[in-house]
Structures are given as structure tokens and as C-alpha cells.
Design a protein around this ligand. Structure first.
Ligand SMILES: NC(=O)c1ccc[n+]([C@@H]2O[C@H](COP(=O)([O-])OP(=O)(O)OC[C@H]3O[C@@H](n4cnc5c(N)ncnc54)[C@H](OP(=O)(O)O)[C@@H]3O)[C@@H](O)[C@H]2O)c1
Length: 266
């Protein structure tokens, strides 16, 4: 089968078309004929070599964790899927290929009304947004601030949060305020025009930072009511760290830098 990958780290020019054996389904897995694959920033980190210590892999490396495709082979122990099902998948790697193998727990059937392009862009960002909101443990009617509400993760988080009945304050650049409103946010503020610390200080139960952490996340701590939760979606891992001490939340935040999703008691 044809695949797009690389045999050395570097700029996008290292990508080449490769001829590889077609994968086989494991007992609990599926083989999926890829109909569309999403391109995620994580793929660029793999290609540049930035992930090589954290995730050592052998060449050739075929990136691609966001796919949609048609099931062509079903493992002997898989019950819920059949050949011909069109599924959204989140394989660990390998999606830039004609076929990819993945455990069946990494897929879900694609809703008919969703286009292939929409489906191919959904899995990584959707899982991250959904998982972060689960960590937030909000009750219906409670307020959440979503920093980065116009972004890939944030825009999905806004929609899930509204679906769950939370009150959502989105924060994005002023050019994207209308977009975030259209996603359903109850209120949208811009980080480049509004004085956020004045308006949002001590306002909400949870801040979900999907804006790449750093300054915005540290400022986000001011918006959280004392002793409640701060959830941050940043960087590379979806692990949840938990800080229960009374220590300075800014120091606690720094300790978790490098993690994608954290939860602090502030
Ligand atoms: N993409 C993934 O699959 C994925 C998976 C897991 C974790 N993550 C992590 O989630 C975070 C967001 O990733 P993403 O892919 O969603 O990035 P993204 O699409 O670039 O979104 C980031 C958003 O942050 C907003 N922003 C920038 N500065 C801000 C500030 N000071 N205050 C509030 N918002 C600000 C930007 O808004 P404007 O565009 O309006 O300026 C932008 O829309 C990153 O830390 C990433 O590592 C991403």
C-alpha cells in the first residue's frame, strides 16, 4: 500500500511516498481504508523530531492520528463493527496511508450527516475537549471560561459545554468574537481588546485554557473562584495532574508545564 511518511527528521521536505505492507487486524482490532486524514500540529512535532525523546519511534514514521475510513477487516473478537462501516478513528499513528490498523476501541461510527472532511478533523481535538470538560466536573448551570475558544480544541469545548448546560464565557481575539458567539457561547470577550483581569476576576468555577498555556493560563488562575478547579489543555500529554495543596497556584502550574491537560485546586 502507499503511505506518506519520512525516514529522517526535518522540514516538510522529508516527506516521501513509501510502499509498505498492508497492515493486518489484531484479534480486537480493525483495518480501515483511509478516506480522509486530518493534519494535526502533533504530526509536525513528530516530523521535526521534537517528540523523539518523549516518543521514540523507528523509521519509516507515518504520522496521522485523525482519520475517517471504511472498515475492510474485522478482528475475530470484535463485535460492534462490520466490513463496510464508515468510522472516525484515532489510531496512535499511521493515518497518512491507504490503510491503517487500530484497536476497535479507538473508533466510532461516523454520523451520516457529517462530511468526511469534518470527520477527519475531529478525533484528537474532540477527545481533548471532551476529556478536559470531564475533568472539570461542572454541574448544569455552572460557569466556565474557555480561553482559546476560537481554536481547534476550544471551539469544540464551547459546543460540548453548551450541550451540557454550562454557562460559557469564551475568550478569543476580537476578530473571532462573532465566530465564538455563533458556536453558542453566552458571552465572548477578546484577549486583545478587553481588560480580562478586570472583568473576569474571581468569576467562575472552572477555566479551561486551550490557548497554549503560558501567560494566558497563569492569568486564567485569577478568574477562578478560590479553591475551585483550573483545567488547562496544553502541550503534549492528556494526563491529569492534580494539585491539592494550598501552595501558590502559579508555582503549581509551572510544575505541570509540558502537560497537555491538568487540573489544579487553586
Ligand atoms: N490540536 C490538537 O489535537 C490538540 C490535542 C491535545 C491538546 N492540544 C493542546 O491544546 C491547546 C490548543 O491547541 P489547538 O490545536 O486548539 O490550537 P489553536 O487552534 O491554535 O487554538 C489556540 C487558540 O488560542 C487563542 N489564543 C491565543 N492567545 C490567547 C490568549 N492570550 N487568551 C485567550 N486565547 C488565546 C487563539 O485565538 P485567536 O485565533 O482568536 O487569536 C487560538 O484560536 C495547545 O496547548 C495544544 O497543545 C491540542
Amino acid at each position: 500500500m502507499k503511505a506518506l511518511g519520512f525516514t529522517e527528521y526535518g522540514e516538510p521536505e522529508v516527506f516521501e511516498e513509501l510502499e509498505l505492507p498492508k497492515p493486518k487486524a489484531s484479534e480486537k482490532g480493525l483495518v480501515i481504508k483511509v478516506l480522509a486524514a486530518g493534519v494535526n500540529p502533533y504530526d509536525a512535532l513528530l516530523r521535526s523530531g521534537a517528540m523523539q525523546k518523549m516518543r521514540p519511534l523507528e523509521f519509516p514514521i507515518i504520522p496521522g492520528s485523525d482519520i475517517v475510513g471504511e472498515v475492510t477487516e474485522v478482528g475475530s473478537k470484535v463485535k460492534n463493527y462490520a466490513v463496510g462501516d464508515v468510522v472516525i478513528g484515532h489510531p496512535a499513528i499511521g493515518g497518512y496511508s491507504e490503510y491503517v490498523a487500530t484497536p476497535s476501541y479507538n473508533v466510532v461510527k461516523k454520523p451520516e450527516e457529517m462530511s468526511l472532511e469534518e470527520a477527519a478533523g475531529l478525533s484528537s481535538v474532540g477527545i481533548t475537549a471532551y476529556y478536559a470538560l470531564q475533568l472539570a466536573k461542572l454541574k448544569k448551570g455552572e460557569k466556565i471560561i474557555i480561553l482559546g475558544a476560537s481554536g481547534a480544541v476550544g471551539s469544540i469545548a464551547v459546543q460540548i459545554a453548551k450541550e451540557k448546560g454550562y454557562k460559557v464565557i469564551g475568550v478569543a481575539s476580537s476578530k473571532n468574537v462573532d465566530y465564538v458567539s455563533a458556536l453558542g457561547a453566552d458571552r465572548v470577550l477578546s484577549y486583545d481588546k478587553d481588560d480580562l483581569s478586570k472583568v473576569l476576576h474571581n468569576k467562575v468555577n472552572v477555566v479551561l485554557d486551550t490557548s497554549f498555556g503560558g501567560k494566558a493560563a497563569a492569568e486564567g488562575l485569577q478568574y477562578v473562584k478560590k479553591r475551585r478547579t483550573l483545567c488547562v489543555a496544553n502541550k503534549f500529554t492528556r494526563k491529569c495532574g492534580r494539585e491539592e495543596s494550598e501552595s501558590n497556584p502559579h508555582e503549581a502550574l509551572e510544575r505541570y508545564e509540558g502537560q497537555r491537560s491538568i487540573k489544579l485546586l487553586s
